[in-house]
Design a protein around this ligand. Structure first.
Ligand code: SF4
Ligand code: SF4
Length: 256
Protein backbone atom coordinates (compact mmCIF):
# COMPACT_ATOMS: atom_id res chain seq x y z
CA UNK A 1 0.00 0.00 0.00
CA UNK A 2 1.34 3.41 -0.98
CA UNK A 3 2.21 5.73 1.89
CA UNK A 4 1.58 9.30 0.82
CA UNK A 5 3.85 12.18 1.80
CA UNK A 6 3.17 15.88 2.16
CA UNK A 7 5.47 17.97 0.03
CA UNK A 8 5.77 21.43 -1.43
CA UNK A 9 2.98 21.87 -4.01
CA UNK A 10 2.76 25.62 -4.46
CA UNK A 11 5.20 26.65 -7.16
CA UNK A 12 3.60 29.89 -8.27
CA UNK A 13 2.12 33.05 -6.77
CA UNK A 14 -1.44 31.96 -7.51
CA UNK A 15 -0.91 28.55 -5.95
CA UNK A 16 0.63 30.11 -2.85
CA UNK A 17 -1.86 32.91 -2.28
CA UNK A 18 -4.98 32.01 -4.32
CA UNK A 19 -6.65 30.80 -1.12
CA UNK A 20 -7.12 34.46 -0.16
CA UNK A 21 -9.59 34.81 -3.04
CA UNK A 22 -11.49 31.79 -1.73
CA UNK A 23 -11.86 33.32 1.73
CA UNK A 24 -12.73 36.76 0.35
CA UNK A 25 -15.57 35.33 -1.78
CA UNK A 26 -16.81 32.62 0.60
CA UNK A 27 -16.63 34.61 3.85
CA UNK A 28 -16.52 38.22 2.64
CA UNK A 29 -19.49 37.42 0.41
CA UNK A 30 -21.66 36.91 3.52
CA UNK A 31 -21.39 40.68 4.09
CA UNK A 32 -20.84 41.80 0.50
CA UNK A 33 -22.86 39.33 -1.61
CA UNK A 34 -21.85 40.92 -4.89
CA UNK A 35 -18.43 39.33 -4.42
CA UNK A 36 -20.20 36.18 -5.63
CA UNK A 37 -20.43 37.76 -9.08
CA UNK A 38 -16.73 36.91 -9.41
CA UNK A 39 -17.65 33.22 -9.54
CA UNK A 40 -19.19 33.09 -13.06
CA UNK A 41 -16.02 34.56 -14.70
CA UNK A 42 -13.94 32.05 -12.73
CA UNK A 43 -16.17 29.23 -14.01
CA UNK A 44 -15.96 30.57 -17.55
CA UNK A 45 -12.16 30.70 -17.36
CA UNK A 46 -11.81 27.13 -16.14
CA UNK A 47 -14.23 25.91 -18.80
CA UNK A 48 -12.32 27.59 -21.63
CA UNK A 49 -8.99 26.31 -20.29
CA UNK A 50 -10.33 22.78 -19.95
CA UNK A 51 -11.01 22.59 -23.68
CA UNK A 52 -7.30 22.10 -24.28
CA UNK A 53 -5.83 21.62 -20.82
CA UNK A 54 -8.11 19.09 -19.12
CA UNK A 55 -7.87 19.69 -15.38
CA UNK A 56 -4.90 22.03 -15.68
CA UNK A 57 -6.94 24.70 -13.88
CA UNK A 58 -7.35 22.44 -10.81
CA UNK A 59 -3.62 21.98 -10.44
CA UNK A 60 -2.47 25.50 -11.26
CA UNK A 61 -5.15 28.16 -10.83
CA UNK A 62 -7.98 26.84 -8.65
CA UNK A 63 -8.39 29.08 -5.59
CA UNK A 64 -9.93 26.24 -3.60
CA UNK A 65 -7.02 24.04 -4.67
CA UNK A 66 -4.65 26.67 -3.29
CA UNK A 67 -6.57 26.61 0.00
CA UNK A 68 -6.36 22.81 0.14
CA UNK A 69 -2.64 22.71 -0.67
CA UNK A 70 -1.61 25.48 1.75
CA UNK A 71 -3.92 25.76 4.77
CA UNK A 72 -5.55 22.30 4.72
CA UNK A 73 -2.58 20.09 3.89
CA UNK A 74 -0.69 20.57 7.20
CA UNK A 75 -3.83 19.52 9.10
CA UNK A 76 -4.82 16.63 6.82
CA UNK A 77 -4.47 12.95 7.74
CA UNK A 78 -3.28 12.39 4.17
CA UNK A 79 -4.75 8.91 3.79
CA UNK A 80 -6.07 7.21 0.68
CA UNK A 81 -9.29 8.46 -0.91
CA UNK A 82 -11.89 5.64 -0.77
CA UNK A 83 -12.64 4.07 -4.15
CA UNK A 84 -16.30 5.08 -3.79
CA UNK A 85 -15.44 8.79 -3.96
CA UNK A 86 -13.48 8.18 -7.19
CA UNK A 87 -16.15 6.02 -8.80
CA UNK A 88 -17.95 7.22 -11.89
CA UNK A 89 -21.34 6.61 -10.25
CA UNK A 90 -20.58 8.82 -7.26
CA UNK A 91 -18.99 11.54 -9.40
CA UNK A 92 -22.07 11.61 -11.65
CA UNK A 93 -24.54 11.59 -8.76
CA UNK A 94 -22.72 14.38 -6.93
CA UNK A 95 -22.51 16.43 -10.10
CA UNK A 96 -26.27 16.15 -10.63
CA UNK A 97 -27.09 17.05 -7.01
CA UNK A 98 -24.65 19.98 -6.96
CA UNK A 99 -25.86 21.42 -10.26
CA UNK A 100 -29.50 20.91 -9.32
CA UNK A 101 -28.96 22.85 -6.09
CA UNK A 102 -27.17 25.68 -7.92
CA UNK A 103 -29.83 25.79 -10.66
CA UNK A 104 -32.60 25.98 -8.05
CA UNK A 105 -30.89 28.92 -6.36
CA UNK A 106 -30.49 30.72 -9.67
CA UNK A 107 -34.08 30.03 -10.74
CA UNK A 108 -35.29 31.51 -7.45
CA UNK A 109 -33.22 34.63 -8.11
CA UNK A 110 -34.45 35.02 -11.69
CA UNK A 111 -38.08 34.53 -10.67
CA UNK A 112 -37.92 38.15 -9.50
CA UNK A 113 -35.56 39.85 -11.94
CA UNK A 114 -34.67 43.49 -11.52
CA UNK A 115 -35.12 45.36 -8.28
CA UNK A 116 -32.49 47.05 -6.19
CA UNK A 117 -31.30 43.83 -4.60
CA UNK A 118 -31.15 41.67 -7.75
CA UNK A 119 -27.37 41.67 -8.04
CA UNK A 120 -27.01 41.02 -4.31
CA UNK A 121 -29.32 38.01 -4.55
CA UNK A 122 -27.54 36.72 -7.65
CA UNK A 123 -24.12 37.16 -6.06
CA UNK A 124 -25.28 35.46 -2.90
CA UNK A 125 -26.37 32.36 -4.83
CA UNK A 126 -22.76 31.94 -5.95
CA UNK A 127 -21.34 32.90 -2.54
CA UNK A 128 -23.30 30.04 -0.99
CA UNK A 129 -21.95 27.62 -3.60
CA UNK A 130 -18.40 28.82 -2.95
CA UNK A 131 -18.91 28.58 0.80
CA UNK A 132 -20.23 25.01 0.60
CA UNK A 133 -17.16 23.90 -1.36
CA UNK A 134 -14.88 25.74 1.08
CA UNK A 135 -16.39 24.24 4.23
CA UNK A 136 -17.32 20.75 2.99
CA UNK A 137 -14.17 20.40 0.88
CA UNK A 138 -11.87 21.49 3.72
CA UNK A 139 -13.56 19.20 6.26
CA UNK A 140 -13.37 16.19 3.95
CA UNK A 141 -9.79 16.95 3.00
CA UNK A 142 -8.68 17.25 6.61
CA UNK A 143 -10.30 13.88 7.30
CA UNK A 144 -8.88 12.15 4.19
CA UNK A 145 -6.23 14.01 2.19
CA UNK A 146 -5.76 17.56 0.84
CA UNK A 147 -7.26 16.86 -2.59
CA UNK A 148 -9.89 14.21 -1.77
CA UNK A 149 -12.65 16.66 -2.75
CA UNK A 150 -11.04 17.16 -6.16
CA UNK A 151 -11.86 13.59 -7.20
CA UNK A 152 -15.56 14.44 -7.49
CA UNK A 153 -15.63 18.26 -7.55
CA UNK A 154 -18.31 19.27 -10.06
CA UNK A 155 -15.97 21.87 -11.58
CA UNK A 156 -13.49 19.09 -12.26
CA UNK A 157 -16.26 17.00 -13.81
CA UNK A 158 -17.17 19.88 -16.12
CA UNK A 159 -13.53 20.16 -17.16
CA UNK A 160 -13.29 16.46 -17.90
CA UNK A 161 -16.38 16.61 -20.10
CA UNK A 162 -15.22 19.70 -21.97
CA UNK A 163 -11.76 18.23 -22.48
CA UNK A 164 -13.32 15.27 -24.24
CA UNK A 165 -15.12 17.72 -26.52
CA UNK A 166 -11.96 19.82 -26.88
CA UNK A 167 -10.04 16.92 -28.36
CA UNK A 168 -11.84 17.65 -31.61
CA UNK A 169 -10.41 21.18 -31.65
CA UNK A 170 -7.16 21.83 -33.50
CA UNK A 171 -5.28 23.54 -30.67
CA UNK A 172 -5.61 20.81 -28.02
CA UNK A 173 -2.40 19.14 -29.15
CA UNK A 174 -0.44 22.37 -29.20
CA UNK A 175 -1.38 23.89 -25.84
CA UNK A 176 -2.40 21.15 -23.42
CA UNK A 177 0.47 19.95 -21.24
CA UNK A 178 0.84 16.39 -19.97
CA UNK A 179 3.32 14.59 -17.75
CA UNK A 180 5.96 12.78 -19.78
CA UNK A 181 8.97 10.67 -18.90
CA UNK A 182 12.26 11.30 -20.67
CA UNK A 183 13.78 7.87 -20.35
CA UNK A 184 11.95 5.07 -18.56
CA UNK A 185 15.11 2.97 -18.33
CA UNK A 186 16.56 5.47 -15.82
CA UNK A 187 13.56 5.17 -13.49
CA UNK A 188 14.53 3.83 -10.05
CA UNK A 189 10.97 2.59 -9.40
CA UNK A 190 11.25 4.42 -6.08
CA UNK A 191 7.59 5.46 -6.38
CA UNK A 192 8.22 8.96 -5.05
CA UNK A 193 6.18 10.47 -7.89
CA UNK A 194 3.20 8.40 -6.72
CA UNK A 195 3.66 9.17 -3.04
CA UNK A 196 3.66 12.95 -3.61
CA UNK A 197 0.85 13.02 -6.19
CA UNK A 198 -2.07 15.09 -4.81
CA UNK A 199 -4.50 12.96 -6.82
CA UNK A 200 -2.91 9.72 -5.62
CA UNK A 201 -2.16 8.55 -9.15
CA UNK A 202 0.72 6.25 -10.03
CA UNK A 203 2.64 8.17 -12.70
CA UNK A 204 5.67 5.91 -12.86
CA UNK A 205 3.56 2.78 -13.38
CA UNK A 206 1.48 4.37 -16.13
CA UNK A 207 4.47 6.06 -17.76
CA UNK A 208 6.33 2.79 -18.16
CA UNK A 209 3.69 1.77 -20.68
CA UNK A 210 2.98 4.96 -22.59
CA UNK A 211 5.72 7.56 -21.83
CA UNK A 212 2.93 10.15 -21.55
CA UNK A 213 0.38 10.25 -18.76
CA UNK A 214 -3.08 10.21 -20.30
CA UNK A 215 -4.92 9.71 -17.00
CA UNK A 216 -7.92 12.06 -17.00
CA UNK A 217 -7.69 12.53 -13.22
CA UNK A 218 -4.27 14.18 -13.52
CA UNK A 219 -4.54 17.87 -12.61
CA UNK A 220 -1.18 18.60 -14.29
CA UNK A 221 0.15 20.23 -11.14
CA UNK A 222 3.75 19.19 -11.79
CA UNK A 223 4.32 18.01 -8.22
CA UNK A 224 5.63 14.65 -9.45
CA UNK A 225 7.98 16.36 -11.91
CA UNK A 226 9.49 18.49 -9.11
CA UNK A 227 10.14 15.57 -6.80
CA UNK A 228 11.49 12.83 -9.07
CA UNK A 229 15.03 12.22 -7.77
CA UNK A 230 16.17 11.36 -11.28
CA UNK A 231 14.57 14.45 -12.79
CA UNK A 232 12.94 12.23 -15.41
CA UNK A 233 9.50 13.77 -15.48
CA UNK A 234 8.29 16.96 -17.13
CA UNK A 235 5.09 18.71 -18.13
CA UNK A 236 5.11 19.03 -21.90
CA UNK A 237 2.71 19.78 -24.70
CA UNK A 238 1.77 16.49 -26.37
CA UNK A 239 2.59 17.70 -29.86
CA UNK A 240 6.31 17.97 -29.12
CA UNK A 241 7.67 15.66 -26.51
CA UNK A 242 11.40 15.25 -26.70
CA UNK A 243 13.01 12.14 -25.40
CA UNK A 244 16.59 12.81 -24.43
CA UNK A 245 19.27 10.29 -23.85
CA UNK A 246 22.83 11.06 -22.83
CA UNK A 247 22.30 14.70 -23.67
CA UNK A 248 21.10 14.07 -27.21
CA UNK A 249 17.58 14.41 -28.50
CA UNK A 250 16.92 11.01 -29.99
CA UNK A 251 13.25 11.13 -30.83
CA UNK A 252 10.48 13.64 -31.45
CA UNK A 253 7.19 11.97 -30.83
CA UNK A 254 3.88 13.19 -32.18
CA UNK A 255 1.06 12.09 -29.95
CA UNK A 256 -2.61 12.11 -30.67
S1 SF4 B 1 0.55 12.74 -11.92
FE1 SF4 B 1 1.90 14.47 -11.46
S2 SF4 B 1 0.99 16.22 -12.55
FE2 SF4 B 1 -0.59 14.61 -12.43
S3 SF4 B 1 -1.77 15.07 -10.57
FE3 SF4 B 1 -0.15 13.62 -9.99
S4 SF4 B 1 1.57 14.92 -9.30
FE4 SF4 B 1 0.15 16.25 -10.45
S1 SF4 C 1 10.06 9.44 -8.83
FE1 SF4 C 1 11.20 9.29 -10.78
S2 SF4 C 1 12.65 7.64 -10.44
FE2 SF4 C 1 11.09 7.44 -8.82
S3 SF4 C 1 9.54 6.03 -9.68
FE3 SF4 C 1 8.88 8.11 -10.21
S4 SF4 C 1 9.73 8.46 -12.26
FE4 SF4 C 1 10.84 6.71 -11.39
Amino acid sequence: MTSYVKTQRTFSFIRRYGWLVTLIIALGGLWAPRLGLLVPPIMAALMVMSLFGGKYWCGNYCFHGSLFDTLVMPRSRNIKTPALLRSRGFITLFFIIFMFALARRLITVFEHPGGADFWDRLGFAFVLTYLVVTVAGSALNIFLNPRAWCHFCPMGTIQSLLYKAGKYLPWTDSWGKKVAIKDGSLCLSCGKCSRVCPMQLEPHGELMNSKILHNGACIRCGVCTRHCPQNLLSLETPSKIFHKKEGNIIRLEKVR
